[in-house]
Design a protein around this ligand. Structure first.
Ligand SMILES: Cc1cc2nc3c(=O)[nH]c(=O)nc-3n(C[C@H](O)[C@H](O)[C@H](O)COP(=O)(O)O)c2cc1C
Length: 271
């Protein structure tokens, strides 16, 4: 186990975990109620910074090691799991979002990199409904009133819809992205790490087709974003989305160029 600065930073992240959890349970005279959230946020932010810094330093100082590559994701998972368990234990969670693999864009998928572990929405929702007492919100592939009704029939208390709103005038969706959503190409989406370094679902474009959507050479999150930025800007200036993230879920059939309120009313007909 090489004891170098990057590994010490990773160990620091692990040491911060009991401190982060303890903030909520220490004597009130130690950290008063209102300050608990602030101190916990500062600790969590510091841990997040070490998450980026340890990898960056390891590469910069040429101190990458197999042990570091193993410990880094372990530390992240322990920190995120500790935060989630603490939130549930403190009853700070009002509802759980059951996000299926169909969903567009990035996903709440932090504990494992293996994407095959993420089920489809309609397989996931009833399992979570059975397992928890909290309200469950279904997300992924829901694009019209009948999809909403189906999710509710499976026990969801509500739905989260993203893709269907991307053509609404209120959305900041770019021109090339709007054109792609309206094209036949929107029927073919894939999970890709090429644009940010973390898996997100988008319409398959030239970059994804030529490099493969999950190419291991993509820089780690979030470095891939700046790596692709010049190519993306040049292509977008020519009206092409060949190198742009064209985020979309598997079901773009509900995308309509109508005000978001109108779209929401039509989805709510399925409640
Ligand atoms: C453009 C776009 C960006 C998104 N970014 C994120 C994200 O950063 N993190 C996340 O957990 N989900 C993200 N999502 C997923 C949404 O929160 C939501 O779960 C999803 O859109 C629901 O599935 P649908 O896209 O099939 O409607 C994004 C979705 C879209 C369409």
């Amino acid at each position: 186990m090489p004891l170098n600065l990057p590994n010490l930073l990773t160990w620091l992240r692990i040491v911060l975990i009991p401190l982060f959890v303890g903030i909520f349970y220490f004597e009130k005279s130690w950290v008063s109620g209102p300050n608990q959230n602030l101190v916990a946020t500062i600790i969590f932010t510091a841990a997040a910074i070490t998450d980026w810094l340890d990898g960056w330093l390891a590469r910069k100082l040429n101190q990458t090691s197999a042990f570091g590559a193993f410990l880094d994701p372990v530390a992240d998972k322990l920190m995120v799991a500790a935060a989630l368990i603490t939130l549930v234990q403190l009853e700070r969670v009002d509802a759980i979002i059951a996000q299926g693999i169909e969903a567009g864009g990035h996903r709440g998928h932090f504990l494992e990199d293996d994407l095959s572990l993420q089920p489809g929405t309609f397989a996931l929702v009833p399992q979570i409904v059975r397992a928890v007492k909290l309200p469950v919100i279904a997300a992924g592939g829901i694009a019209d009133a009948s999809g909403v009704a189906a999710a509710m029939a499976l026990g969801a208390a509500g739905v989260q819809v993203g893709t269907a709103y991307l053509l609404c005038p209120e959305a900041t969706t770019s021109k090339v992205h709007r054109a792609a959503l309206k094209s036949e190409g929107a029927r073919h989406t894939a999970l890709t790490t090429l644009f940010t370094g973390r898996a997100a679902r988008g319409i398959v474009n030239r970059l994804m087709a030529e490099l493969g959507p999950l190419n291991g050479a993509a820089p780690d999150f979030p470095l891939a974003t700046s790596a692709i930025a010049p190519l993306r800007a040049k292509a977008e200036a020519q009206g092409r989305g060949d190198f742009s993230p064209l985020w979309s879920g598997q079901n773009a059939s509900g995308c309509r160029e109508v005000p978001a309120a109108e779209l929401t009313r039509s989805l709510a007909a399925g409640l």
